[in-house]
Design a protein around this ligand. Structure first.
Ligand code: PMP
Length: 399
């Protein structure tokens, strides 16, 4: 019966996790997966999240089903966290927002909706490079993909000229995906002036923008600053869809907590868009999990707890920024002839090291350091204890 089912190769990053667990070496280090670790290499449940859970426990809530679109309060809180309190879109009720199975679920639902309803050409323009799962998700829903230049590999910086040129040349009314902050995997974001120019170009060309905001707060440590791109495009009146994830900034990875927004031009648009999103959710998983959304709601509606959380988030970013510096210094200390300045310039959870496939292979085989084949390492996995070993390995394979 199943003889014709072909084998589906494992996901590169989650596949790496399996290989890591099977490796008996005591020195092994996992820099593949994008999950924050403390300086003792431990997963981190934020104390503000623990406090929110404590408050929830005292409320003795039931486990009834959520609405199909999830918690209405959570949806609005999430959207306002991105767009800013008192934003015009919320005031006018032009956001069709639903709770999703985290960022990935938001992107899948976005893809499903766009495949069915986006008028005209359905090609999605992605940055070259991008998060691998963008390709998996959008291809899964049979959306044609194309790429715009984003990263200047030899110079290890944003290819802003290429980016503008390519986006100027795509057909009007195309769909373009942006990482609004902490670009994965390159760690290179446009600066604010560049975002302003991009928003004007998008407006001029009537582009439809797909924002995948998985790291709000993780680029600079300030969630408002990190939302600059989204708010800028909103102020220019560029239409967009927005995927949000609470996995990283609140550390809710396994709770699968996120939101999808599609902007309408009128309240009636929003009513019809929502009805379609709900129809699809009902068919796929009926309604989302409740716990993560409750945690987010507790934190965002309690000013004191919210401040605590923002401080803890900043603490994660500060640790990553400082370990970037130490990693670079250690590489130079070992006498590396490379400059490695990009390690400290890049933002967010990842460092796009520039190591090639052969070097990565040696990192894993000789040093038991597991990392992306594209040379990406999760900075969140580097600590004051293992940074020296990692630097030595990087130096050895890049000599
Ligand atoms: N988008 C990007 C760019 C990501 O890096 C991630 C997480 N690695 C996600 C979306 C989604 O993550 P999650 O499904 O955990 O929210």
């Amino acid at each position: 019966r199943w003889a014709d089912v072909p084998f589906n190769p494992p996901d590169s990053i989650f596949g790496l996790l399996e290989a890591f667990h099977k490796d008996p070496s005591p020195n092994k280090i996992n820099l593949g997966i994008g999950a924050y670790r403390t300086d003792s290499s431990q997963p981190y449940v934020l104390p503000s999240v623990r406090k929110a859970e404590e408050k929830l426990r005292k409320k003795n809530l039931n486990k009834e089903y959520s609405f199909i679109a999830g918690s209405t309060e959570f949806c609005q809180l999430s959207f306002d966290f991105a767009l800013g309190e008192d934003n015009v879109i919320s005031k006018e009720g032009l956001n069709a927002t639903v709770q999703t199975i985290s960022g990935t679920g938001a992107l899948s639902l976005m893809a499903l909706f766009l495949k069915r309803f986006y008028p005209g050409e359905k090609t999605i323009y992605l940055p070259k490079h991008t998060w691998n799962n963008h390709i998996t998700v959008f291809s899964f829903f049979n959306l044609p993909l194309d790429y715009y230049r984003y990263y200047d590999e030899p110079a290890r910086k944003l290819d802003y000229q290429g980016l503008i040129e390519d986006l100027s040349n795509i057909p009007d009314a195309s769909m373009v995906l942006f990482h609004p902050c902490a670009h994965n995997p390159t760690g290179m974001d446009p600066d604010q002036d560049q975002w302003v120019a991009l928003s004007r170009l998008a407006k001029e060309k009537d582009l439809f923008v797909l924002f995948d905001m998985a790291y709000q707060g993780f680029a600079t440590g300030d969630a408002d600053v990190d939302a600059f791109a989204v708010r800028q495009f909103a102020s220019e009146g560029v239409p967009f869809a927005l995927s949000q994830s609470w996995s990283k900034n609140m550390g809710l990875y396994g709770e699968r907590t996120g939101a999808l927004t599609i902007l309408g031009d009128s309240k009636d648009d929003v009513r019809r868009i929502l009805s379609q999103l709900k129809g699809k959710i009902r068919a796929i998983y009926s309604n989302p999990p409740i716990h993560g959304a409750r945690i987010v709601t507790e934190i965002l509606t309690d000013p004191e707890l919210k401040q605590q959380w923002l401080g803890e988030m900043k603490g994660m970013i500060d640790r990553m920024i400082s370990v970037r510096k130490v990693l670079r210094e250690s590489l130079l200390k070992y006498g590396s002839v490379h400059d490695w300045g990009h390690i400290v310039k890049q933002k967010g959870m990842f460092c796009f090291t520039g190591m090639d496939a052969k070097q990565v292979e040696r990192m894993t085989r000789e040093f038991k350091i597991y990392m992306g084949k594209d040379g990406r390492i999760s900075i969140a996995g580097v600590t004051t204890k293992n940074v020296d070993y990692i630097a030595r390995a990087m130096h050895e394979v890049t000599k």
